[in-house]
Design a protein. Structure first.
Length: 316
C-alpha cells in the first residue's frame, strides 16, 4: 500500500539549521515508500529563512514553503501547516533537529498498526539546563492533576497524526492553542515511541521563561477550570474563618468588654482578605480575557506567500 505523507515544519529564524534539516529529512524520506511532501511554515522570520526555504523548494519538488504574514507563534504556524497538509499521515517536527527525523519510519510503523496519534516521548534530553528540565517536569505533573484530559508526559510536538486526527484538529479553531493539550483532547488511538532528544543543532531557542510561563498558564486555563474552583474554596474558607473570628470578637466584647486594641489583627485581616480578593480577581481575569479573545473569532494566521509543490496529492 502506498500512501501520502506530509511533514509539517514550523520555522522561525532557523536560517542556520534549515539546510542541514532538509538534507536530513530528505535522506529519511528517500527511504520511505510514500508520496512525501515537506511543508515548511516560515513563521514571519526576520532573517533569511524564507529565502533559504524558497531555494529548497525550488531544488526539491517535495518541499513546499508557506510564509505567514508575521510571527504568529509556533502553535499557529503548526496549524497553518496542518491545514495545508492533505495526506494520509502527517508528521509535525521542529526545524532545529532536536527531534531526529530518523524516527519517522518508526512512527509510520506504529501508525500502520492502526494508531491515529503516535507521539514521540523524550527519554533523555541533551543541551538543556537542569532548571528547564525541572520546570518542565513540574508543569506536566501540575497539568496531570488539574486537567481532565491526560497529557502525555515529557512529550513535545513531534508526532505523527492520521488523516482523521488532522481533520479533528482542524476543526478546533480556538485561539488559545495549547497544541499538546489539543492533540490529547481529540482522543482516538494514541501511542508513544521513546527517543533521545538531542541538543539544538544551531541557532538559539526562541523560548525563555517568560514565554514558557505564559504557555503554562495557557495550558492550564484552556484545559481546566480548577483555578476558579481553588479561588472559590479559598474564598469560602476565608469567609468561614472570618465568621468564626467575628463571633469570638463579639463574645469577647459582651463578656469582658474591650478597650480599643487590636490594630495588628485588623491590619492582618484587611491585608489577608485584600490579597485573596485580588488573587481571585486575577484568576477570573485570566478566564474573562480568554473568553474575550475567543469571542473575536479572528483567524489564527494569514499566509503571505507560497512556494513550490501545489498539492494535489493522489489520496488513496
Ligand atoms: N517556532 C516557530 N515560531 C515561533 C517560535 C518557534 O515556528 O514563534 C519554531 C522553531 O523554528 C522550531 C520550533 O518552533 O522549529 C521549536 O522552537 P524552539 O527550538 O525555539 O523551542 P524549544 O525546542 O526550545 O522548545
Ligand atoms: Mg528546539
Amino acid at each position: 500500500m502506498t500512501f501520502s505523507l506530509a511533514i509539517v515544519v514550523p520555522a522561525y529564524n532557523e536560517s542556520d539549521v534549515i539546510d542541514a534539516f532538509h538534507a536530513r529529512i530528505g535522506a529519511v524520506l528517500d527511504g520511505i515508500e510514500a508520496t512525501a511532501r515537506v511543508i515548511y511554515v516560515d513563521d514571519g522570520s526576520s532573517d533569511d529563512t524564507w529565502q533559504k526555504l524558497c531555494a529548497i523548494s525550488g531544488a526539491d519538488g517535495r518541499a513546499t514553503a508557506l510564509r505567514l504574514s508575521r510571527n504568529f507563534g509556533k502553535e499557529a504556524a503548526m496549524t497553518a501547516g496542518l491545514d495545508a497538509a492533505d495526506a494520509d499521515a502527517v508528521v509535525v517536527i521542529d526545524a532545529d533537529l532536536q527531534d531526529p527525523p530518523e524516527l519517522i519510519p518508526e512512527l509510520i510503523a506504529r501508525w500502520r498498526e492502526g494508531f491515529d496519534v503516535v507521539y514521540a516521548t523524550r527519554g533523555e534530553r541533551d543541551g538543556e539546563t537542569r532548571l528547564k528540565k525541572f520546570t518542565s517536569a513540574a508543569f506536566y505533573r501540575v497539568m496531570e492533576r488539574l486537567s481532565d484530559t491526560p497529557l502525555p508526559r515529557d512529550t513535545g510536538d513531534f508526532r505523527l497524526l492520521s488523516r482523521r486526527a488532522v481533520a479533528a484538529l482542524g476543526g478546533l479553531r480556538e485561539r488559545q492553542r495549547f497544541m499538546k493539550g489539543l492533540f490529547a483532547w481529540i482522543g482516538y488511538r494514541q501511542t508513544a515511541v521513546t527517543y533521545h532528544r538531542d541538543a539544538r543543532y544551531a541557532g538559539a531557542t526562541k523560548w525563555n521563561y517568560w514565554r514558557l510561563g505564559n504557555l503554562a498558564i495557557e495550558g492550564i486555563t484552556s484545559f481546566s477550570a480548577a483555578p476558579l474552583r481553588v479561588a472559590t474554596w479559598v474564598g469560602l474558607s476565608a469567609a468561614v474563618l472570618a465568621f468564626l473570628y467575628g463571633i469570638w470578637v463579639l463574645l469577647k466584647v459582651l463578656f469582658w468588654g474591650d478597650p480599643v486594641r487590636g490594630y495588628p489583627t485588623l491590619m492582618v485581616v484587611i491585608l489577608f482578605l485584600g490579597g485573596i480578593q485580588l488573587l481571585a480577581l486575577g484568576i477570573i481575569g485570566e478566564y474573562v480575557g480568554r473568553t474575550y479573545a475567543e469571542s473575536k473569532r479572528r483567524p489564527l494566521y494569514y499566509v503571505e506567500s507560497r512556494q513550490g509543490g501545489e498539492p494535489p496529492f493522489t489520496s488513496s
